[in-house]
Design a binder for this molecule. Structure first.
Ligand SMILES: O=C(O)CCC(=O)C(=O)O
Ligand SMILES: [Fe+2]
Length: 347
């Protein structure tokens, strides 16, 4: 039994070993998002109902027919490999600590997603919407908004990464419609709240872990995500593990032409824990490096997240006080990143 501290409270994991129980993949449902593109409202509602079932029972699901071009993803991975292959000193010219907006390069072991661990064994490039420094929200100190930090090379990196970001944000809009239907709300309920969304993308590179793996230093320690939901593309071998309700780590391997979607803590709060933000972790024992691209999708910075009235009744009183979306995310970054703990004037 291990205890994991998350922003929404303490969670218990079942076992302390690193092995996964190989459970049939029907455990993590696969949803065909073509239903959300249908002009027939019944098709869209049916897809919403599948999302509801997945979010209440599992907190994770795969999607296919998501509308993201494989060529856009392939180019993003190719350019990212070239970026991560640069000398460390070159990558550190855009170290994330140089950005007041949480953008740029994060070296190995400078994040610690599970406070009980000793650093995550991955390196990362972080970006979000490119918002100019003179934008009123940036000037107002809403630190999730601001300009990205780009490396001088490889030349093709910036356009490839931005094309991928744009496609994943479009998928995020489709998913927010599906989440609204899943919650039996108007389909466009969330759309006025995502004009300037806190949509944060990362490109992650995990070196292989061979031999005896230190349980306190894995690819990414057990955690739940912070935002409303995560859109994850995986490249390479299976390394992602998801904790099921019985406390068993279940493998979530890459399935060709799909994304993994998972509920984050902000959506758990918004739904009064009707939707579960499930613990997960990464251990790359494939013997090869592994890349993945998560995009964490949340609403506009000032959106107040308090349990939806449709998710409350006498038996389910509100579990969480209201929080401002952007402030909640920043408080979670503070717990995770070395550079935010050593900054005297973090915002
Ligand atoms: O790389 C992965 O498969 C998952 C990454 C993840 O859980 C995260 O970045 O929050
Ligand atoms: Fe995660």
């Amino acid at each position: 039994m291990a205890v994991v501290q998350t922003g929404n409270g303490v969670r218990i994991t079942g076992d302390e070993g690193l092995d996964v129980q190989r459970t049939a993949f029907t455990e993590i449902p696969l949803i065909d998002l073509a239903g959300m593109m249908s002009p027939d409202e019944m098709d869209r509602r049916r897809t919403g109902a599948e999302v509801r079932k997945a979010c209440t029972e599992v907190g994770f699901f795969y999607v296919r027919h998501h509308g993201v071009s494989p060529a856009v993803l392939a180019r993003c991975y190719e350019e990212s490999k070239a970026f991560f292959a640069l000398p460390e000193a070159e990558k550190c010219r855009i170290h994330i600590r140089n950005s007041p907006n949480h953008r740029g390069y994060g070296p190995l072991l400078e994040e610690n997603t599970n406070p009980d661990s000793q650093g995550d064994l991955h390196e990362a490039f972080d970006l979000a919407g490119d918002i100019p420094a003179n934008d009123p929200d940036v000037l107002a100190g809403k630190a999730l908004y601001g300009p990205n930090l780009w490396p001088a090379q490889p030349e093709g990196f910036k356009p490839a990464v931005l094309a991928c970001y744009k496609s994943l944000v479009a998928l995020g809009h489709t998913l927010f419609r599906a989440f609204a239907l899943a919650l039996e709300l108007e389909e466009d309920y969330f759309l006025p709240l995502i004009h300037k969304p806190c949509a944060h993308m990362r490109i992650l590179r995990y070196p292989p872990q061979e031999g005896v793996v230190n349980e306190k230093q894995i690819g990414i320690g057990a955690h739940s995500d912070y935002e409303c939901f995560t859109i994850l593309n995986q490249n390479g071998d299976s390394a992602l593990q998801v904790l099921n309700a019985a406390g068993v780590w279940v493998e979530a391997p890459p399935i060709p032409d799909t994304f993994v979607i998972n509920v984050g803590d902000m959506m758990a709060r918004w739904t009064n824990d009707l939707f579960c933000s499930t613990l997960h972790r990464v251990i790359n024992r494939s013997g090869k490096e592994r890349y993945s691209i998560p995009l964490f999708f949340g609403p506009d910075y000032d959106t107040v997240i308090s349990p939806l009235s449709s998710c409350q009744d006498e038996a389910h009183p509100p579990l969480y006080p209201p929080v401002r979306a952007g402030e909640y995310i920043l408080s979670r970054f503070d717990e995770t990143y070395d550079y935010r703990q050593s900054q005297p004037e973090k915002v």
